[in-house]
Design a protein around this ligand. Structure first.
Ligand code: OX2
Length: 830
């Protein structure tokens, strides 16, 4: 066996000698090697992109070394492992993150510099890996970074979509979607494992058979698709540990060919049909909240789950002979309901393939799954029509029925004949169409159900899964989300990173975020304040430049940069923001010269993608552009107010925008944003928050103090009563005025926005935009007032960063490890 002895013996150090070196000269040699032999360009002539490729391959080589050592160490120690199952991961760029976590950023910069390249320019060549929609997917990415950094024996599993989240193009103010064929230029960050592949089966029938004298169910599938593994190394920071994100790609299976060659004389058509298997991993669903009853979606879910479980079980069986040990060695995390078919799949494998019998199988299954839910929106609670499931996965439907039968019997013993409640809790929804409630399946079969913030957890217990909570209160936990400071400060805000390190006198906060709290001591120190403002200014200049290139609008860095970036959705209330901007504009227009002198100049920045089929969200984007067009070209207003829409918002755009923001908005209707993670990234970067009491806001208040934030709007428990009230009664006069401006075509497109305006007027206003408008304007006025006092504002900004420690994904992951998964660190010994 090649490798170290795992116990810190001397052999290890001999082998270390064989490792790639990280000094600039060695890196440079490797870059030139890859230019010539991997990229196949002449070392005397290669461009920025080719240099990026060669540098990436050099970094990848180093990742692979660590990856091997880590896997070997895990294998040797055989700890309990966590498998994180998620249909979405928003990894963003890898180069910038890897060189930070490997601690070789400066060496890389020097290496390429001597070759005549600028490291920053090379890093910009990389496109985002956008295999996810928004918060849920980026959370998975942050958590992978923390799992690696904290040395946990964990792997992520997901799907390798050929098309990631669509690119947003704006034409005449309207969103258009373009496919994101991200693999076009190759992907140096993945390793194709042609030998790691599993057959995944679909359709067919189930038969009763006798196996060794026992009655068994045998599934005779009709279609087989091959799942091929692509490994994406995830390096930890300040550790050799490098874990794996294994993504599955669908390929045609030889198993089908045998049938095909019998059935058809048409060779060309047979090949064309064969290729259809690849459709499964072709494209990410671009709407993260509604995908009810789509066959392809179900196939995607089962495909990735089946391949992952085969892989996990193979690894387990390599070492263990007895399945009863499975729960001591394996934790399976369900990231929302998307991978929940794995419950039925594991049951099927244990029953039909391992022949463990129902009781023993269930005993195992009920101990391995933990479920995290990310939402309270009813439309996001997945349901699968029983017909569809029966067609695609006939055996799984039988198993789910059987689980439900056992569940109902258990329930009747607990609650008697309360049929209304039994039918609410049932995994099977009876009605015109019979549905499988995937959320109920997940809650019943998981040992733990987590919410993503304290407030969210309360809603889960009191509104979404109340019936379950009352019977099994011990199942319900919460882990407030967090984000990784490695990407969201160290990578994206290097100036702030250096400043923090300088004032704390140590870099250890990058691994131990609690140290940030020590910044509080210096919050009023005028030297720090001055340097802090300087950093903000540099970042604002960078952002201003970007805005000018993207939208042609020149903005002043002396203005307050006020930002709302996230997916566009009615509940996130970008409309409230835009109507607020209109109000501000209207006020400025009605001021005289003297009054205008007191206006705090603002640059209002909005960015985000609308789901392609979501008409109201798309109209919000158009409205933003229409209003921007009027305001930005009004010489009367000048630098006092600008409105810009940043197109194609994604992870790398966020890395640029967040450090350059002064104020950020998190203004969802209370009770709708499960957690929100953008707020945490802004907080770390010293941006003040203007927020409703939703998601994790009240936990942020506990750390920062309400006096350092701008909180407004209805509270969670006030919302139901407010919804009953007539919209015209609860909205202030200013609100009616700005909505009228929109309807009347003040910004053009007369009547076009009526359907959008109708959502907040005429008795409806489900998301309470009008009802929260007055307090929103007050909060905005308070922000203006605070911004004028530079020292005070800077102090508040420092306190935001200082108080952001609780919102590191390191804390989230440590809590999950201890309270949910039962795993412990397993650190490579060098
Ligand atoms: C999002 C939630 O909307 C957001 O509040 C949360 O911060 C994030 O998940 C991470 O937990 N799809 N995306 C989400 O929920 C769903 C479903």
């Amino acid at each position: 066996e090649v490798g170290y002895d795992g116990n810190g013996g001397t052999k290890m150090f001999d082998l270390m000698d064989g490792f790639l070196r990280n000094d600039p000269m060695s890196l440079q040699k490797d870059v030139l090697h890859h230019v010539e032999y991997t990229v196949a360009r002449s070392r005397f002539s290669f461009d920025d992109f080719e240099a990026y490729q060669a540098l990436s391959h050099s970094v990848r080589d180093r990742l692979i070394e660590r990856w091997h050592d880590t896997q070997q160490h895990f294998k040797k120690k055989d700890p309990k492992r966590l498998y994180f199952l998620s249909l979405e991961f928003l990894m963003g760029r890898s180069l910038s993150n890897s060189v930070i976590n490997l601690g070789i950023r400066d060496q890389c910069a020097e290496a390429v510099n001597q070759l005549g390249f600028e490291y920053e320019v090379l890093a910009e060549q990389e496109g985002d890996a956008a295999l996810g929609n928004g918060g849920l997917a980026r959370l998975s990415a942050c958590q992978m970074d923390s799992l690696a950094t904290l040395d946990y024996p964990a792997w992520g599993y997901g799907l390798r979509y050929q098309y990631g989240l669509f690119r947003q193009i704006i034409l005449d103010g309207f969103q258009h979607e373009q496919p994101d064929y991200w693999l076009n230029f190759g992907n140096p960050w993945e390793i194709e494992r042609v030998h790691v592949s599993y057959p995944v089966k679909f359709y067919g029938t189930v038969k009763d058979e006798d196996v060794n004298g026992k009655k068994c169910k045998v599934w005779i599938p009709k279609e087989t698709v091959e799942a091929v593994a692509y490994d994406n190394p995830i390096p930890g920071y300040g550790t050799r540990n490098t874990i794996n994100l294994r993504l599955w790609a669908a390929k045609p299976s030889d198993a089908n060919d045998i049938q095909e060659s019998y059935n058809t004389g048409d060779y060309i058509n047979a090949i064309v049909n064969r290729q259809k298997a690849e459709i499964i991993s072709n494209v990410l669903y671009p709407d993260d909240r509604s995908y009810q009853g789509k066959e392809l979606r179900l196939k995607q879910q089962y495909f990735f789950v089946s391949a992952s479980l085969q892989d996990i079980i193979r690894r387990f069986k390599d070492v263990h002979g007895n399945f009863d040990d499975f729960p001591d060695k394996v934790a399976l995390q369900l990231n929302d309901t998307h991978p929940s078919i794995s419950i039925a799949e594991l049951m099927r494998v244990l029953l039909d393939e391992e022949h463990l019998g129902w009781k023993r199988s269930w005993n195992i299954v009920s101990k391995v799954f933990s479920f995290t839910t990310h939402t309270v929106l009813p439309e996001a609670l997945e349901k699968v029509p029983a017909d569809l499931l029966e067609n695609v996965l006939p055996r799984h439907l039988q198993i789910i029925y059987e689980i439900n039968h056992a569940f109902m019997e258990e329930l009747k013993k607990k609650i008697g004949q309360d049929y209304a409640r039994l039918s609410r809790m049932s995994i099977v929804e009876e009605g015109a169409v019979k549905n499988i409630r995937v959320a109920n399946l997940s809650v019943y079969c998981s040992h733990t159900v987590n919410g993503v913030s304290r407030a969210h957890s309360e809603l889960i217990k009191t509104r979404v899964f109340t019936d379950f909570y009352e019977l099994w209160p011990e199942k319900f936990q919460y882990k407030t989300n967090g984000v990784t400071q490695r990407r969201w400060i160290v990578v994206s805000n290097p100036s702030l990173c250096s400043l923090i390190t300088k004032w704390l006198g140590t870099e250890s906060w990058i691994r131990n975020i609690d140290l940030l709290a020590r910044l509080r001591e210096y919050a009023t120190n005028s030297d720090l304040q001055q340097e802090w403002r300087m950093v903000k200014k540099i970042n604002k200049m960078r952002l201003a430049e970007y805005i000018e290139t993207m939208s042609g609008v020149k903005v002043s860095v002396d203005a307050m940069f006020d930002v709302q970036i996230k997916r566009i959705h009615a509940y996130k209330r970008q409309l409230l923001n835009i109507l607020g901007v209109i109000h501000r504009y209207d006020c400025i227009k009605n001021m005289d010269e003297n009054e205008r002198k007191n206006v705090v100049p603002r640059v209002c920045i909005i960015g985000g993608k609308a789901p392609p089929g979501y008409e109201i969200a798309k109209k919000i984007i158009k409205l933003c552009h229409a209003v921007a067009e009027t305001i930005n070209n009004d010489s009367d207003v000048g630098d006092l107010l600008k409105l810009v829409f940043i197109p194609d918002y994604n992870v790398s755009v966020a890395e640029l925008v967040i450090p350059g923001s002064d104020l950020s908005q998190h203004i969802s209707t209370a009770g709708h944003e499960a957690s929100g993670t953008g707020s945490m990234k802004f907080l770390m970067n010293g941006c003040l928050l203007l927020a409703t009491d939703d998601g994790s806001t009240n936990e942020i208040i506990e750390e920062i103090g309400a006096e350092n934030m701008f909180i407004f709007g209805a509270k969670i428990n006030e919302v139901p009563a407010l919804r009953e009230k007539d919209s015209n009664v609860k909205a202030p006069l200013q609100f009616a005025r700005v909505v009228r401006m929109v309807r009347d075509g003040y910004f053009g497109y007369k009547d076009y926005f009526n359907s959008l305006c109708d959502t907040v007027e005429n008795g409806k206003d489900f998301y309470l935009v009008g009802s929260d408008f007055a307090s929103y304007l007050e909060a905005q006025a308070a922000a203006d007032k605070a911004y004028v006092d530079k020292d005070k504002w800077t102090e508040m900004s420092i306190l935001c960063t200082a108080g952001s420690g609780r919102f590191s994904s390191d804390r989230t992951i440590e809590d999950y490890a201890a309270q949910t998964w039962g795993i412990e660190p397993c650190k490579c010994p060098f």
